[in-house]
Design a protein around this ligand. Structure first.
Ligand code: AHG
Ligand code: MN
Ligand code: MN
Length: 338
């Protein structure tokens, strides 16, 4: 079915019209994110030419070596969003503390938690990377938001999404009214609606995880992965392994093709007892998207990650997410083990 040619601005406006009392502030914030995405996309796509590949030299709060593009994307997101007048406070993977807006910035009623560049260890190999964002309403009384505004459970998100800088640049987001994908047409510099109402297939044939850590996983996860690899044509097994190592790319493929993505806890590895992915700006936004697309997302105990009340900006949580039937099989293994 040929999708009617619609820019992201037009789509956002049409969506806003469904809410007669809307002030337009939320719409403008989404528009600002789309503009920031174009700026970052432009830089990512020519990074190899600009000598901005490679290591920035600093380490971030997680002790991970910052890539130059991590830092560029972090600063671009802040710069493009802070003067829009829609935000009260921000939190970024690349900043230990919350980010308060400039003294001369107009303040607004929203909060954004973001991963400016996801999959950054892959940048120099020209592998798809992305940006992930999660938007909440400010709840604190004062005009300048606080860390409590960032530490809200994922079920209170008003929007979440990602931009994937791949063979083409796409922005995929939800405001709780389905998941929609927009592809950047560089010739006109517009995001055009290319994937309206994305619905994840009920069942897939791919599993996506870093199997190098298999020895550290709990027994039920190990049994589940072994089950996927058994030969049984009646249940479409064995599955194929697809793992890119950029969460945005792995999730984008899972959304479109189906299957299951796992970043379990390394129960036997003291460095990663809660897995690697961060709740605020990776697990929560992605879980909201997957659920809105008709899929399932759970944490390592089989609970909804959107129910977790965060206690710190960079806390980690395991995530198992993807096609409903595939995650349900995982949950059966989890229940059988307990
Ligand atoms: P980031 O680049 O924002 O730190 O995120 C990297 C994450 C995520 O993109 C991916 O799923 C995961 O790291 C891969 O981790 P492993 O290398 O341990 O598989
Ligand atoms: Mn990330
Ligand atoms: Mn990152």
């Amino acid at each position: 079915m040929q999708t009617k040619l619609m820019t992201i601005s037009r789509f956002i406006y049409e969506e806003q019209r469904k809410y007669p009392n809307a002030t337009g502030e939320f719409s403008d914030l989404l528009e600002d994110i789309a503009i920031a995405a174009k700026v970052i996309s432009h830089q990512v796509n020519k990074a190899g030419l600009l000598g901005i590949l490679g290591i920035y030299g600093n380490h971030n709060v997680h002790g991970e070596v910052q890539q130059k593009l991590d830092v560029f994307a972090h600063h671009t997101f802040i710069k493009m969003l802070e003067h829009g007048g829609h935000l009260a406070v921000m939190a970024s993977e690349e900043s230990e503390e919350v980010i308060h807006l400039a003294d001369d910035a107009n303040l607004g009623n929203y909060v954004i938690n973001f991963d400016p560049l996801d999959g950054s260890s892959n940048i120099d190999a020209n592998v798809s990377v992305g940006t992930i964002f999660s938007i909440h309403r400010k709840r604190s009384k004062g005009s300048r938001g606080t860390i409590e505004d960032c530490l809200q459970a994922g079920k209170y998100q008003v929007a979440s999404g990602y931009i994937i800088y791949g063979s083409s640049t796409m922005m995929v987001y939800t405001t709780g009214n389905g998941v929609h994908g927009f592809t950047l047409d560089p010739s006109v510099g517009e995001f055009l609606l290319s994937h309206p109402y994305i619905q994840i297939p009920k069942k897939g044939k791919y599993y996506s995880c870093n199997e190098a850590y298999y020895p550290y996983w709990d027994k039920s996860t190990q049994s589940f992965i072994n089950y996927l690899k058994e030969n049984d044509v009646t249940t479409n097994r064995p599955y194929s392994l697809r793992y890119i190592g950029s969460m945005v790319a792995d999730i984008h493929r899972t959304l479109l093709y189906g299957g299951i993505f796992l970043y379990p806890a390394d129960t036997l590895d003291p460095k990663k007892p809660d897995g690697k992915l961060r709740l605020l700006y990776e697990v929560s936004p992605i879980s909201f998207l997957i659920q809105q697309a008709g899929g399932l997302a759970v944490d390592g105990k089989g609970n909804d990650p959107l129910e977790i009340v965060p206690t710190s900006l960079h806390q980690r949580t395991p995530i198992i997410a993807g096609s409903k039937e595939d995650v349900e099989v995982y949950l059966n293994f989890l229940r059988d083990a307990n």
